[in-house]
Design a protein around this ligand. Sequence first.
Ligand SMILES: Nc1ncnc2c1ncn2[C@@H]1O[C@H](COP(=O)(O)OP(=O)(O)OP(=O)(O)O)[C@@H](O)[C@H]1O
Ligand SMILES: [Mg+2]
Length: 221
Amino acid sequence: MEIQRLDKLDLIGKMAAGIGHEIRNPLTTVRGYLQFISSKEHFKEYADKFNLMISELDRSNMIISEFLALSKNKVSRLELNDLNVIVLAIYPLLEVDALSENKIINLELDRSIPTINLDESEIRQLIINLVRNGLEAMPYKGVLTIKTRHDNQHVMLVIQDCGSGIPQNIIDQIGTPFFTTKDNGTGLGLSVCYSIAARHKALIDFKTDKSGTAFTVSFNI
Ligand SMILES: Nc1ncnc2c1ncn2[C@@H]1O[C@H](COP(=O)(O)OP(=O)(O)OP(=O)(O)O)[C@@H](O)[C@H]1O
Ligand SMILES: [Mg+2]
């Protein structure tokens, strides 16, 4: 199951690497001209339309970036890092996101975790994707907790929400590329997390019930 999922991710990543570049260049040109034309007095009344076109192009670009992150051959830049430092660095960003929806993010960091080999930008992406999912699953005023822990062999990152949980009938599909239950979802967030975890030789596990979901990523020390 895990191998199958990773092979599928890898194939998608390779395809993306092949066509991503070819699609991005024209997108960049079109975006540039749209911005240039929209700044002209003559087109002022169409400002909304121009902004919409530009944001749609940005969305396409973002999807290509997510695709590119799926390749198994993508090389992670692993360096000894303190997971707490990475969490603290992006916390302000996550907090703004949460507060704008009237939700709260709590930190429970184990200050004694050892440093481990991490690709900082990938771990940032992994945290953002898991936190986004947690926030999206929670009602107004919900509380999400980011924890770090460790034992003798592992450093663990836990993202726990108090949302409505993952329904039993979709659990098998969690992490499958493009699987989404959201109107505006691409269904790539968790796939990206699984592929980042695989490159770190880390494992992702989750527990879910009606009172919420906790995703745990375990890194080897
Ligand atoms: N914390 C969670 N609580 C409840 N359901 C979840 C949670 N995390 C993931 N899911 C379910 O798994 C699906 C896939 O998640 P994934 O992050 O891969 O895609 P997405 O959030 O739908 O879209 P996006 O690509 O924008 O992340 C979600 O649509 C949702 O149904
Ligand atoms: Mg998501």
